[in-house]
Ligand binder design. Structure first.
Ligand SMILES: Cc1cc2nc3c(=O)[nH]c(=O)nc-3n(C[C@H](O)[C@H](O)[C@H](O)COP(=O)(O)O)c2cc1C
Length: 369
């Protein structure tokens, strides 16, 4: 938004989502917005945050509130991270380069998808010195995977985000119905653009056929060993899996169900976060995504033990409607709202958010169950 403009700024993601739906062609909308099967988890991911409450602490001097924090040691403006989503050129002609520019302008970290439509080097140039992570789908062709990871390390990406919840494609009903495919003018330059992505099957079905379905815990060390970059394991819901990842050398995990696009019967992220974070303790950082739509959701996630949160679809909506500037505005507005909710809860800094602040709706702290 231009300076001096008086419009009050607050997050209205429902309006943003409607504007994005109007701006996008039906195939792109089906790809971005859909979930798996009945789309139960797609809805539950959002609804589950509403089942938690925040217990405000009063009589704390909140005249200065800071959302700044670190991600694997690197400073970021807030714990709100732009998560990896594929095919940004379906949303905006500048694709991931615009997303990176918007995230950098807001001081936010950005995780670039393996299935990006821009060269990872171009994205790094657009992001400048701000924090970039590279999301990795490990392909059956390990040579091509290693090549991408080595390019990412050379370009300055600071961590590899190893996505583990796509051993096979979820049944994405909307994508099947709309025949989602990669348009001829787009490419996937970081995974050497498998020609197969263009023909026959739908996009996801086809690309996912190139993913290695035989991944195990050993692949955390394999991935880390390619470059020495820290490995963040993305896409788990169980405390025992998180502990196994920590033992296998992961630097962090993301509690995630892929935005409800894989196993429709998995639990919503909000419901499993505390168990995972409690089990992991200080062993590594725990991030979460899925249905984060309000600043209060971010504070709840941090109170339940997350170190940071990732946004998926809202960034695509902002990109589709406003390019880099839209992404910056979304993140700045989200960050501003987080500051307000922190002040209302008596937390002047991220480190002051603790487990006592999150409760269950209908169960008040100190009350007998
Ligand atoms: C259109 C779309 C594409 C996605 N592509 C990827 C991807 O390439 N790699 C990945 O790890 N996750 C991918 N995800 C999952 C997101 O990283 C994230 O887990 C999820 O979108 C978070 O939920 P939210 O959309 O409710 O915020 C994708 C999600 C969407 C909606």
């Amino acid at each position: 938004m231009t300076e001096g403009h008086e419009r009050p700024r607050f997050l209205d993601l429902e309006a943003l989502e409607r504007r994005a739906r109007d701006a996008l062609d039906p195939m792109a909308w089906a790809y971005f917005s859909g979930g798996a099967e009945r789309e139960r988890l797609l809805a539950e991911n959002v609804a589950a945050w509403e089942r938690f409450t925040l217990s405000p602490r009063v009589l704390v001097d909140v005249s200065a509130v800071s959302t700044s924090t670190t991600l694997l040691g690197a400073p970021v403006a807030s714990p709100i991270v732009v998560g990896p989503t594929a095919l940004h050129k379906l949303a905006h002609p500048e694709g991931e380069v615009a997303t990176a520019r918007g995230a950098a302008a807001a001081g936010a970290a950005f995780v670039l998808s393996s299935l990006a439509t821009c060269d990872l080097e171009e994205v790094a140039a657009a992001a400048g010195p701000s924090v970039l992570h590279m999301q990795v789908y490990v392909l059956k062709d390990r040579g091509r995977t290693a090549e991408m990871v080595q390019r990412a390390a050379a370009a300055g990406y600071r961590a590899l985000v190893f996505t583990v919840d796509v051993p096979v494609s979820g049944l994405r009903t909307r994508e099947v119905e709309h025949g989602v495919r990669l348009p001829d003018h787009l490419a996937l330059p970081n995974v050497a653009d498998p020609d197969s992505a263009r023909h026959g099957w739908g996009f996801v079905e086809h690309v996912v056929r190139e993913f290695d379905p035989a991944l195990t815990l050993d692949d955390i060390a394999w991935l880390g060993g390619l470059t020495g970059l820290p490995v963040v394991v993305k896409g788990l819901s169980r405390a025992d899996d998180a502990l196994r990842c920590a033992d296998a050398g992961a630097a962090a995990v993301v509690v995630s169900n892929h935005g409800g696009r894989q196993l429709d019967d998995a639990p919503p992220s909000a419901e499993v976060l505390r168990k995972v974070a409690d089990a992991v303790g200080d062993a590594m950082e725990v991030y979460v995504d899925g249905g984060i739509r309000r600043a209060a959701d971010v504070l709840k996630a941090l109170a339940l033990g997350a170190h940071a949160v990732l946004l998926g679809r809202p960034v695509l909506w902002a990109l589709a409607t406003g390019g880099a500037e839209g992404v910056r505005e979304l993140l700045d507005t989200f960050g501003g709202e987080l500051e307000r909710v922190m002040a209302l809860c008596g937390a002047t800094e991220i480190g002051a958010i603790d487990g006592s602040m999150a409760g269950r709706l209908g169960v008040h702290p100190g009350e007998r169950p």
